[in-house]
Write a protein that binds this ligand. Structure first.
Ligand code: PGA
Length: 255
């Protein structure tokens, strides 16, 4: 069965508790009224408790932005997948380009996907090329390298808890959005690799698009073949804007 469109807000290192509380309440209200798409928020680790309380009894999924690959240990400043699950998260991002830029290797991303799945979390594994990769026509090679490291850690039974997010790094936070054609092309490539590895089950995970998604462009991106949802940074930090994203997904598809 095809999963509903997912509208996911990555709040990055933004918001203090009062702001996160207010925004989560607005998102929960919008999700309650616009029931077509799945909705998820990814606040920073310190806000998980606050957002969990604000989302209580709503249908919004609460996720963490990252975790360490180890189950526990001497890793000052890090958070394990079991810890974020224990704090109330049911989902997690892995391999966001900002974590990769901070040093996460492909192999670590694979291990973090594994750690999240082992902790019972739904994992959105992020991948995408740099501008230089695209200019060198190496986009597919980079996606293959990143995906291979993720696939090395999972098997078919994990697909029920996995989604992917294609986020071209040159489009993140830059206001420069990939065209629907560029998004579709990358999604088609990733899907082909998934099906190559898993057969029919490789169609199960959604492939989200991320990178400067906003109310003005979300409908055309969601209409692009192969786009199963959006992972949104900047435009998810404002209640009215987040509602507009959910509304577009609700009226466009899946409602
Ligand atoms: P952006 O971020 O929407 O602000 O470009 C997207 C992301 O990093 O997930």
């Amino acid at each position: 069965m095809t999963r509903p469109i997912l509208v996911a807000g990555n709040w990055k290192m933004h918001l203090l508790a009062d702001e996160a509380d207010a925004l989560a309440i607005e998102v929960a209200l919008a999700a309650g009224e616009l029931t077509g798409p799945d909705v998820a928020v990814f606040p920073s680790a310190t806000l998980i408790g606050t957002v969990r309380a604000a989302l209580d009894e709503s249908r919004v999924t609460l996720g963490a932005q990252a975790c360490h690959e180890a189950a526990k240990g001497a890793h000052t400043g890090e958070t394990s997948a079991a810890m974020v699950a224990d704090a109330g998260c049911t989902a997690m991002l892995a391999g966001h380009s900002e974590r990769r830029a901070a040093g996460a290797t492909d192999e670590q991303v694979g291990l973090r996907v594994r750690a999240g799945l082992d902790a019972g979390l739904r994992v959105i594994a992020c991948l995408g090329e740099q501008l230089a990769d695209r200019e060198a026509e190496a986009t597919n090679a980079v996606l293959d390298r990143q995906l291979t490291a993720i696939l090395a850690e999972i098997d078919e039974s994990d697909l029920a808890s996995l989604d992917l997010a294609y986020e071209p790094v040159w489009a993140i936070g830059t206001g420069r959005t990939a065209t629907p054609e560029i998004a579709s092309e990358a999604h088609r490539h990733l899907r082909a690799r998934m099906v190559e590895k898993f057969g029919e089950s490789g169609n199960e995970p959604r492939i989200l698009y991320g990178g400067s998604v906003k109310p003005a462009n979300v409908s055309e991106l969601l209409a692009a073949p192969g786009v199963g949802g959006v992972l949104v940074g900047g435009a998810s930090l404002d209640g009215a804007s987040f509602r507009a994203l959910i509304e577009a997904a609700h009226t466009g598809r899946g409602s």
